[in-house]
Design a binder for this molecule. Sequence first.
Ligand code: NAD
Length: 336
Amino acid sequence: MKIAVFSTKPYDKQYLTEANAKRNHEFVFYEPHLNEQTCRLTEGFQAVCVFVNDELTEKVLQCLAHHGCRLAALRCAGFNNVDLHAAKKLGMTVTRVPAYSPASISEFTVGLMLTLSRQIHRACNRTREGNFALDGLLGFDLCGKTAGIFGTGKIGAGTAKILHGFGCSVLASDLYENAELKSLGIRYASPDDLFRQSDIITLHCPLLPETQHLINAQTIAVMKPGVMIVNTSRGELLDTDAAIAGLKSGKIGALAIDVYEEESEVFFEDFSSRVIQDDTLARILTFPNAVITGHQAFFTKEAMSAIARQTLDNISAFEEGRIPSGIIDWENIKPR
Ligand code: NAD
C-alpha cells in the first residue's frame, strides 16, 4: 500500500522502516503536519499515517477521500484530532494504537511528580553551576499523600498502581470502576470529591467535549491549597490561563504538563534559537514550580517499536480486507 506519513521525525522514519522490513508497504515521509494546507500532498496515496498534531478536519478528510485515500492510520492512542463523524460519512477507516506501552506514560507521569516534589529540575540546574546548596530545595514525601487519578483506563490504572506502591492513598474517578484497583484498596470518588481531597491530581482521561477544560478556575478553586497537578493526557483538559492564575496565587503548588492546549505550533520542534510567540507558553515556562515537557511521555524504545508494529498491522489488515485490531469503533461515537 502507498502511504503518506505526516509529521515525520527521524525516529518515526527509523521505527516505521524497521517494522516494514518484512512487508511491502511504500512509505513517503513528509515533515509537515497534515492540514488544509498540506492535504494536497495525499494525491496518489491509499492511506495516510498521522500523529497527534495532524488535523483531520472535515475539509481535510474530504480532500483525502477525493484523492482516493481510504485509511487514516493514527500512530497514537488519542484520536481527538480526527472528525470521526466526517470520516464515517466519507466511508473512511480510522485506526489507532490503543495500547502500545501504557507503562511508558505511567512511569513518566510519576517521574514528573518526583521531579516536582523533590525539585530535581532545579537541583540539576544548580549543580551544573557548581552550586551544591540545598536552600530552597526542600521537598515533600509522596508516601502518605492523597493522589487523585482522573481516568483509570490503561495509563491511569498503571499510574494508580505505582502510586499505591509508593504508599499514597489513591483516589480515582472514572465513568467505570476498575475492579483490580478496588481490590488493592483504591477508592472511587466523584470528580468533585477527588478535586477537594487530593494533594496530587493526575489526568488520564481522553479529551472529549465533556472533559475539555476539566481543570478550570472553578475546579481549581475547590482544590487543596498547594495542590500538585500533572497532565500527561491532552492539553485541552487543562485551562492554561486558569493554571497560570493558580500558580501565581499559590493555590497550585506545582504543575507538570507534557501536553499543552496550543502545542501543535511548538511541540516536537527546536525553538532554542527562536523567539516563542505564544505568551501563555512563555509565561508558564517561567515558574520554578512548573515543569513542561514536549509531549514526551510515550517516547521510549518499547513504545516506539510497538507503535510502528501495530500501525503496520492495522494497515496490512485493512489492505487484506480484515478488520484492523486498532479500528475506531463507530458504535462508540456519540451522535452530534
Ligand atoms: P483508556 O481509554 O485506556 O482510558 C481512558 C479512561 O478515561 C477510561 O477508563 C474512560 O472510562 C475514562 N473516561 C472517559 N471519559 C471520562 C470522563 N468524562 N470522566 C472520567 N473518566 C473518563 O486510555 P489510556 O490509554 O489510558 O490513555 C489516556 C489518555 O492518555 C489518552 O486519551 C491520550 O490522550 C493520553 N496519552 C498521552 C500520551 C503522551 O505521550 N503524553 C501517550 C498516550 C496517551
